[in-house]
Design a protein. Structure first.
Length: 202
């Protein structure tokens, strides 16, 4: 009887030893835990859309010479905005001169598309300056070169206040439009499936 108990105890110990050995082997074979995910970096900057600024029209003798001044001042105001990419005006003028593209007067949809193709600009910024009863008006138009859609902004003030007060206000209005509503002027993004379908049709 005593021998039977000893044998049973030995068998139990042996079974426990085997089980522990198998468990240790299984633990050793388990794949290592994946490394922790890296911390999220700073948010990516918004997509920068190329913008070309065309000279503002002058309507009336009272504002003669104002068009070029408004254009220069707007460029100086907007170029400091890190979310905007302005097409170099000298390069743009050189391209327009070489192609003999006349942009005086109203910019038609065909001309806007052509300027976009030549300069890479997705948006055109143009406008006009005029005076009514000693009140000076600055009117800006933002045109999508691929859609011909237009958004507008304007400011007004006493002529004696001068462009140095009105032009920065117009620049802020333009920045707000470009920040909040640029997508309205651009075509919808092309999906990869659409690109593949177009290639198959060719």
């Amino acid at each position: 009887m005593k021998k039977h108990k000893i044998a049973k105890l030995a068998l139990t110990l042996l079974t426990a030893t085997v089980c522990l050995g198998l468990a240790a082997k299984l633990v050793a074979q388990e794949p290592p835990a994946p490394p922790p995910l890296p911390e999220a970096g700073p948010p990516l900057p918004p997509t920068m859309v190329p913008v070309a600024i065309l000279q503002f029209d002058e309507r009336g003798e009272a504002v003669k010479g104002y068009g070029a001044k408004v254009t220069d001042m707007l460029f100086a105001e907007l170029v400091a905005n890190p979310t905007l990419y302005l097409v170099n005006r000298e390069d743009m003028q050189r391209i327009l001169d070489e192609t003999e593209l006349n942009l005086s007067g109203m910019v038609t949809p065909d001309k806007a598309t052509r300027v976009g193709q030549l300069t890479g600009a997705k948006l055109l910024l143009t406008g006009s300056v005029f005076e009514v009863d000693d009140t000076l008006y600055l009117v800006a138009k933002i045109i999508g070169t691929e859609t011909s859609r237009v958004l507008g902004a304007s400011v007004k003030g006493a002529h004696r206040d001068g462009l140095q007060n009105l032009t920065p206000k117009l620049a802020r209005e333009i920045e707000t439009l470009m920040t909040d509503r640029t997508q309205q002027l651009l075509p919808p993004p092309t999906q990869s499936e659409d690109v593949i379908a177009d290639l198959k049709q060719k």
